[in-house]
Design a binder for this molecule. Structure first.
Ligand code: AMP
Length: 219
């Protein structure tokens, strides 16, 4: 299965991609997570990316495209989360997948209102070791501030502060939202209400995937 999770920051792309990954035996590729790993290890790419990430801006297309090409090497099934984020990235992905004869199955757009997203992002806590996310309102950890799996400390991402969140949402509207029409024109887009409870969103996403699968097999 080859899927793109599209939608604004805070819509739940990472949460859904993680659930789908285990159900469909696909790789979950989050460009944000890959970048944060580079920042943590202070690689050259990480140092370059950090200046953009801290401001809520996008990392330049050439850097991201090269990074994704590298991460996708040898993969046939994947769920992309946070990529593509610009038309140039979408074109580059299209060219890469055409070259590899690996067409996309669907692009799932998780739709949500901006005021809810600001609220969601500012109550988001993350396990920095595994990337597992919690929300203090809708999906709290069993023990406040501690991960359910390893018991370690949860942190807030620096770019989840409200000023940076607002900038990330502006950047989404200006640079990423045009991808909705882009994939709609290619017959790949499916919209899901991101504000429903997590399991209902998952059920809706799986229903979309099955519809696409049925269409592909002529049913
Ligand atoms: P995310 O975890 O997906 O919200 O990404 C965090 C930050 O990483 C974004 O605000 C961008 O600075 C950067 N980033 C992640 N994915 C991309 C991408 N596809 N293109 C450009 N920048 C990205």
């Amino acid at each position: 299965m080859r899927l793109i999770m599209l939608g604004p920051p805070g819509a739940g792309k990472g949460t859904q991609a993680e659930i789908l990954r285990s159900r469909f035996d696909a790789v979950h590729l989050s460009t944000g997570d890959v970048l944060r790993r580079h920042v943590d290890t202070q690689s050259e790419l990480g140092r370059k990316a950090k200046t953009f990430m801290d401001k809520g801006e996008l990392v330049p297309d050439d850097v991201i495209i090269a990074m994704v090409e590298d991460e996708l090497k040898g993969r046939k099934d994947f769920i992309l989360d946070g990529f593509p984020r610009t038309l140039a990235q979408a074109d580059a992905l299209g060219a890469l997948l055409e070259r590899l004869a690996l067409p996309l199955d669907a692009v799932i757009c998780l739709a949500a209102r901006q005021d809810v997203l600001v609220e969601r992002l500012s109550s988001r806590w993350v396990n920095p070791r595994t990337g597992r996310t919690y929300n203090t309102q809708s999906n709290p950890p069993k023990v406040a501030g501690r991960d359910d799996d390893d018991g370690g400390e949860l942190i807030q991402r620096p770019d989840d502060r409200s000023e940076t969140v607002r900038r990330r949402l502006e950047v989404y509207d200006a640079q990423t939202a045009p991808l909705i029409a882009y994939y709609e024109q290619r017959g790949l887009l499916r919209q899901v209400d991101a504000l429903a409870p997590i399991d209902q969103v998952t059920a809706a996403v799986i229903a979309c995937i099955q519809t696409v699968g049925a269409g592909k097999h002529g049913a």
